[in-house]
Design a protein around this ligand. Structure first.
Ligand SMILES: [Zn+2]
Length: 101
């Protein structure tokens, strides 16, 4: 398990968690929502996103960078590699994991 990102608030942490879950990357939010739920974790003002699997870390990091530069008003895009249609909020093809061109 590895710390990935320190979020601005719990909402952003949750959005990122859901976003990464869309790529089957499992994460944990360490922060205010965890208070009491996971035992002795200290309460943190800025929830941290942790990647459970080390092998997902580099990919998760790239996805977070994409997420943070996201234009949510964008439209769906077609993968140049396999032709699948992807939702605007995703920057990797859900089917073949190619990066959006
Ligand atoms: Zn694709």
């Amino acid at each position: 398990m590895r710390a990935l990102y320190q979020s601005k608030d719990a909402v952003e942490a949750q959005l990122l968690k859901d976003y990464l879950a869309g790529y089957r990357i499992q994460t944990l939010v360490h922060g205010e929502f965890m208070c009491g739920a996971a035992g002795e974790l200290p309460v943190q003002p800025f929830p941290e996103l942790w990647v459970l699997e080390e092998r997902d870390f580099e990919r998760a990091k790239a996805l977070v960078e994409h997420f943070l530069s996201l234009d949510v008003s964008g439209s769906a895009w077609r993968c140049a590699s396999c032709g699948e249609l992807n939702e605007a909020q995703f920057h990797l093809c859900w089917s073949c994991s190619a990066l959006q061109q």
